[in-house]
Design a protein. Sequence first.
Length: 277
Amino acid sequence: MMSAFAAILLGVLRGVTVFLPLSYSGHTALLSGLFGLNTETDALYALLLNISTLLSVVIAYGPRLRKMGVETMLYVTGRFENPLGEGRMPTNVRAVCFLLSALIPTLVLLPLRRFAVSLSENLWFVCFALIVQGLFIFAADRFVKPGEKRDRTCSLLDVLLVGLGFALGAVPGLSPLGLGLIIGLTRGFHREFAVRFAAMLTLIPGLIGVLSAILRLFRGGAAWGSLPWYLIGAALSAFLGAICIGATTRILARKRFRRAAWCLWLVGGAALIAAIF
């Protein structure tokens, strides 16, 4: 059974490191490998944490998500009055299509996911990946000039490449949101759009995680005695996640993205020294 401390700590880490480019998988691997902390979540806590991730995005982009959903339903059923005219896909419907398209690389690389997750047992690799993630962020902040591409001006190739970065972020020590952001910026995405697109990409994997956790619950094995701590951890995760989405947008707007690189180098370097000694 997971301790109250571990449950709350994982909730905080989930909210902060998923929506800041800091790698949730990398930090949990270090907590487990260096400090012996139990970071394995049972079906109940996995369900609540996945719900918290969805809530973070809904809190941050609720009105936009509602508009995207309503317009897509009306468009699919042929009841949408398109202000752009016949033959042109509405902007919000196009955004939904691009989000779904960006998940294609994740589906293609899905057979390699188990291997990627197994790398979390190698602390040297995790430390190296955290440092490399920091290098990517620093280089993007230093050398990449964000453009003005948004929903209507980005291309299918753009979103597929962002989706590829998101998929590669499953490697422990790398960040799905971080790699997605970096590739989006290199493809000329506007800063706010890059954050919004990368954050919304977490919705469908989050929904899949919820369904998977529900199936696991039916098989049993949930630690119901830890439910109060799980609820606190999940609530903190949702709240902090929404805050961090806004923080990432502001950090990019003020060209302070490299601060995340310093955090990753500090954690990765300190963990590397701890692993050696």
